[in-house]
Design a protein around this ligand. Structure first.
Ligand code: SAH
Length: 397
């Protein structure tokens, strides 16, 4: 018999809405002694079986739903079925040939909480962020080698979230060959070098692919400012589309060094020193404002500003500050592509913050399009937390 968690009266509501997280406060009692990462049966207060979940004894999210079918068996074959379905869900992207780097498995949205798998050309990069995912890692890796024959599978389970689960950070080769120092990928007609061992996340911000394609048409003949540029993807696409100039700003000189290499790979004359500014955005934008620099297109793609509820107000102040500065640097008719990847900042809240910045900047702003993470990073309809990246593509008069 599987160990079981019995929910408090009324706390089966979110499970019945197909939400995959069960918080510690929802659990009335535990029957049996589940192992960390082991499977538990979920039961309502009256004993009705609701499904099966992975047990995370150290996390506030105490259990994550694997299946809402109480009769399902959680075994190697279950993971193979879920992985195959996730891969099948990317068939349109695979057929389109716009890229050879995309997310194959997006955790909760693909019915696999804690598991992400990204493809970079002939290598896969996995992240296992929960005890449940960790428990089934060998089975998942084994299935991936069958479902997606590749040169190697590398692990980048070094995200901070693992500590909430009592898991140590790990990275290293899980199967096949070690990845080369740089993997070259294609995206929307550009080439990018990716460092999957040492880069951010699994190496590249794959979640911005669709947005880069939407922003690029506005950059022809424009002076473009790519703020928080990382390895240069937005700016390089702009350069290739005929931007008059592109200026990258990032705190990380390593990221900018790769942005320079990537620039050389795509255009022959775009890597002059003045185009790559290693510095703190908040300071650099102020010096630009004071020296009256101006641009036609500005991309603002900051990192997460805090990840706990208590950080939301501070995050909003940060967003308002940089959006206000950017609005002041834009020429009339200019384009602002502004983003937030903080899961706790909702699309509505982000919209309000940018609107507040426009009020202070005394600029009229049209939203041309609301933006979100790329289609290979789907959001479960019953799991709004899955929509973490949101943005606004604006025209500023
Ligand atoms: N636009 C990028 C992804 C940006 S990720 C792309 O499309 O690939 C966020 C980036 O912000 C990281 O590269 C990080 O180094 C940088 N960063 C973080 N804090 C910063 C700060 N205060 N000033 C400048 N850059 C910063």
């Amino acid at each position: 018999m599987l160990p079981a968690i019995i929910l408090n009266q009324g706390r089966d509501y979110s499970v019945s809405r197909r939400h995959p997280w069960i918080f510690s406060g929802a659990i009335n009692r535990v029957e049996g002694t589940p192992e960390p990462g082991g499977t538990v049966a979920i039961r309502a207060a009256d004993g009705t079986p609701l499904g099966l979940a992975a047990w995370s004894p150290e996390s506030q999210i105490r259990a994550r739903v694997w299946s809402l079918d109480p009769a399902e068996t959680i075994d190697d074959a279950f993971f193979e079925r879920r992985l195959a379905a996730a891969i099948a869900g990317r068939s349109v992207l695979l057929a389109s040939d716009t890229t050879n780097a995309f997310r194959l498995v997006n955790a909760e949205a693909d019915g696999l909480p804690g598991v992400t798998v990204d493809r970079y050309d002939s290598h896969l990069v996995c992240q296992f962020t929960t005890t449940g995912a960790e428990r089934w890692k060998p089975a998942i890796v084994e299935s991936l080698t069958r479902l997606w024959p590749c040169a190697g599978i590398y692990e980048r389970s070094d995200a901070d979230v693992r500590k909430h689960e009592g898991l140590e950070p790990v990275r290293g080769c899980l199967a096949g060959a070690e990845p080369p120092e740089r993997i070259e990928i294609r995206e929307n007609g550009c080439r990018f070098l990716v460092d999957i061992r040492g880069g951010h996340k699994t190496g590249f911000y794959l979640d911005q692919r669709d947005n880069r394609a939407l922003v690029t048409p506005y950059t022809t003949s424009a002076d473009v400012l790519d703020v928080f540029s990382y390895t240069g993807a937005f700016g390089i696409m702009a350069r290739q589309a005929g931007a008059a100039s592109v200026t990258h700003i990032d705190l990380s000189s390593d990221a900018l060094a790769l942005a320079r290499e990537n620039t050389r790979l795509n255009v022959c004359d775009g890597d002059a020193d003045e185009n790559f500014i290693a510095g703190n955005t908040f300071e650099v934008l102020r010096t630009f404002r004071d020296s009256r620099r101006s641009f036609d297109v500005i991309v603002l793609d900051p990192p997460k500003f805090g990840d706990a509820r208590k950080h939301v107000m501070a995050a909003c102040r940060g967003y308002k500050d940089i959006n206000l500065l950017a609005l002041k640097l834009l020429r009339p008719g200019g384009i602002l592509a502004t983003f937030s990847c903080s899961g706790l900042v909702t699309p509505d809240l982000f919209h309000k913050v940018v609107a507040d910045a426009a009020v202070d900047a005394r600029r009229d702003v049209q939203v041309i399009r609301r933006l979100q993470q790329a289609s290979d990073h789907p959001e479960g309809l019953g799991f709004p937390e899955g929509l973490y990246l949101k943005g606004l593509l604006c025209r500023v008069s």
